[in-house]
Write a protein that binds this ligand. Structure first.
Ligand code: MOS
Length: 733
């Protein structure tokens, strides 16, 4: 009964079962499935499990140098503190993984790769004792000289080919650029950033002598048991990992946190459950961060405004042993034309906390550069930025001539321009003033590449017609529970409250996990495939044709018959599993979501302060599965854009590699006072090439480009171009 029903995307084109259904729950802003648990504080997060049990607590000892070897660890003073149960150091200490696609926590082998890297962990009866004793662990180091400054380019190396092929050239850019009528050449810099999820990386682990159970805050469950097995020596089939609720990940929890391995080893060592939550400082200094970038953008154009060639070259950083790179050129591959092109990235090796994926790796930083470049070049040419983009809409992907699966960039821009009142933009910089405030408008494109990932889900239908969806998928706050409930309810003709959803358990069918904006589409498609299989099963029990069988309001309807589900199930519980796999569609078409941002700012002529007055985002991302959660994702992207344009800047001390502003008091993210009323409009859209749901990724779309819409508005307000993010007062005045 429970065979895997596999659905490869090639077969799926034209599948429209979802469109034929009339249950009416898909797309609507259904309330969050787990909302009541969360607002009442009863949804258990990783650190909150085993509430009533006798547990121990861990506290990390961070390295006090940036680079070198650990000579010795003296734990005697710490172990003498009453209540201390164990001090773990040496090979059982790992640093977090930086490869989001193939996450693997790395042993440190007695080396220090960055300041505040975990070198030991103290386990004690209480958190306070563990924290106190952690200060008594004496570590001696042989310090070596570190490299901390991206501009020094001490060691430059090729990035790994994840998450994109780093270097993609076409034609002869240098020649085309030299011949171009208009040559644009500017360099943009973006600082390092922290994901800064509200819930810190945290783990509760329990070894019962035979089985290891780990509750941890983690986006991609599938590889977690294997990694924990590798670092504990426990067989993978004796390890279960749970991640039912996650207070934000933003990429920082794609790899397994160091806390998970430490807590697992600690509970095995002491024989009782162990909890480790990273402190906010640990999160900033011992997980991962977004790499700082130096981006050179060169664009050749005709005087009439046609882009003829395009180059986007990025230097970014990572630490030794890590090949992940911030792929700033990812949207430059397909967004603008030019048959001669260079998209390239270098890793400048530094001895600072590893860099990894942070929300919209690539687009979030790359479009701060390119969307400003487009604005600057449009001005040079005397062309309105909206019209400049219209003149340069490619018909096929300029990188490889593939067709776009769907591309509604100009519709988003036109809809946004109309709603925003773009025609009222101040024509010249610094030409509109209200008292102390100079007013400016800016806009940008948005795009985020689309991926469909392999993902599986089980649906169990009990004899009363109630359905339970189970998958190893996670919900990082994005609305996964709700969306999967809606898809199953729509497909199976059930009211929402007849569908339960269970997520975040490594024993469930392996899922895409949450990352790269692929979660809803991939995990959602697996629920779609499982639903089709369940419909076939019900149809066969009725001797009905699955194609024409309709499920609605808890009934199966075919011919002139209408039969309640329990009458078909006759006391039985049935279970099916469905799996989606990407097929040729992902290769034969280029897939991305598109959008546009429009912003009005006021810049204070006395203080240089920028206030966002209006921010509008229009998006086209295929079928929207839940209007409310999709819109919330876009609000989040807009707010990150405000942070990147105006505030966020993870400061690395170039003398010693210390991350200076290692908490939310000093690392400034937007607060309510920084955020005006936001507006998000999602166009009615379908992309049948992208998934059987005809949806595309939306999670990271709205952060792409939005910061540049803001700095373009700053230029329009006061005539100051920001090429070194963020646009703090000193740069604007
Ligand atoms: Mo995302 S940065 O792939 O969690």
């Amino acid at each position: 009964m429970n065979d895997m029903n596999k659905h490869v995307m090639d077969e799926a084109i034209g599948e429209t079962r979802l469109d034929r259904n009339t249950q009416g729950v898909i797309g609507k802003g259904a309330p969050r499935y787990e909302g009541k648990l969360k607002v009442s504080g009863t949804a258990p997060y990783a650190y909150e499990h085993l509430g009533g049990e006798d547990v121990a607590y861990g506290f990390i000892v961070p390295a006090s140098i940036a680079r070198g070897k650990i000579r010795s660890v003296d734990t005697s003073a710490a172990e003498a503190v009453p209540g201390v149960l164990k001090v773990i150091s040496g090979e059982k200490i790992v640093r977090a993984a930086s490869q989001p696609m193939a996450p693997a926590a790395q042993t440190i082998d007695g080396e220090v790769f960055h300041y505040n890297q975990p070198v030991a962990v103290v386990i004690a009866d209480t958190f306070e004792v563990a924290r106190h004793a952690s200060k008594l662990v004496k570590v001696e180091y042989s310090e070596t000289e570190g490299r901390f400054d991206i501009t020094n380019r001490h060691t430059v190396r090729e990035p790994d080919s994840m998450p994109m092929t780093p270097n993609q050239s076409r034609g002869d850019f240098e020649h085309a650029f030299a011949e171009a009528e208009v040559q644009f050449d500017q360099t943009y810099t973006t600082p390092s950033y922290q994901a800064a999820a509200m819930e810190p990386h945290a783990t509760t682990a329990k070894w019962d002598g035979n089985h290891l159970t780990v509750w941890t805050s983690h986006q991609l469950l599938e590889t977690a048991p294997g990694q924990i097995a590798k670092h504990t020596g426990i067989d993978e089939d004796k390890i279960t990992v749970h991640s039912p609720y996650i207070g934000g990940g933003f990429g920082s929890k794609l790899g397994l946190g160091p806390d998970a391995v430490m807590a697992a080893n600690a509970t095995i060592a002491i024989g009782k459950p162990v909890k480790i939550a990273l402190t906010r400082q640990n999160v900033f200094q011992a997980t991962s961060r977004r790499g700082e970038t130096i981006q050179r953008v060169r664009i050749g154009a005709t005087k009439a405004g046609k882009i003829t060639c395009f180059a986007h070259e990025t230097d970014t950083t990572n630490s030794p042993g890590n090949g992940f790179f911030e792929p700033s050129g990812i949207s430059s591959l397909f967004l603008y034309p030019g048959k001669d092109r260079i998209i390239a990235h270098n890793i400048v090796e530094t001895d600072v906390l590893m860099t990894s994926a942070v929300r919209a790796p690539g687009e979030a930083t790359g479009m701060l550069a390119t969307e400003s470049a487009l604005d600057e070049l449009a001005e040079t040419l005397g062309i309105d930025p909206v019209e400049f983009r219209r003149m340069n809409e490619p018909e096929v992907n300029p990188q490889d001539d593939r067709p776009f699966s769907s591309r509604r960039l100009m519709e988003c821009i036109d809809e946004g321009a109309k709603r925003f009142g773009w025609s009222d933009r101040p024509e010249k910089p610094a030409s509109r003033r209200e008292g102390e405030w100079l007013i400016g408008y800016g806009m940008s494109s948005a795009s985020r590449k689309n991926d469909l990932m392999p993902s599986a889900a089980e649906i169990e239908m009990s004899s009363d017609g109630r359905a339970t969806v189970r998958t190893g998928m996670t919900d990082i706050g994005t609305g996964t529970y709700t969306i999967l409930q809606q898809i199953a309810a729509e497909m199976l003709g059930l009211p929402l409250d007849m569908v339960d959803v269970e997520l975040g358990d490594s024993r469930f069918a392996a899922s895409s996990g949450s990352g790269g904006s692929w979660g809803a589409n991939s995990a959602g498609s697996s629920v779609y495939v499982a639903s089709l299989a369940l419909i076939r099963e019900l149809a066969s029990r009725l001797d009905a044709d699955a194609e024409t069988l309709t499920l609605k309001d808890g009934h199966a309807i075919f011919g002139n018959k209408q039969i309640p589900l329990p009458d078909i199930l006759k006391g039985e519980t049935i279970s099916v599993t469905g799996k989606i796999e990407p097929g040729k569609q992902a290769e034969e078409t280029h897939q991305a979501s598109y959008g546009a941002h429009f912003c009005e700012v006021g810049v204070n002529v006395v203080t240089g302060e920028t206030r966002i007055r209006r921010l509008l985002t229009v998006g086209a991302a295929g079928r929207i599965l839940n209007e409310k959660t999709a819109t919330s994702q876009c609000y989040g992207g807009q707010i990150w854009g405000i942070g990147y344009a105006l505030e966020e800047d993870l400061v690395i001390d170039k003398r010693n590699g210390l991350i200076v502003n290692h908490d939310l008091a000093e690392y400034h993210v937007p607060v309510h006072a920084d955020v005006p009323a936001l507006e998000v409009v999602l166009l009615e859209d379908r992309d049948p090439h992208a998934s059987p749901l005809a949806g595309k990724g939306i999670g990271e779309l709205a952060i792409a480009g939005v910061g540049a819409a803001i700095t373009n508005a700053i230029y329009n307000a006061c005539g100051v171009r920001i090429r070194d993010y963020p646009a703090t007062l000193d740069k604007v005045l």
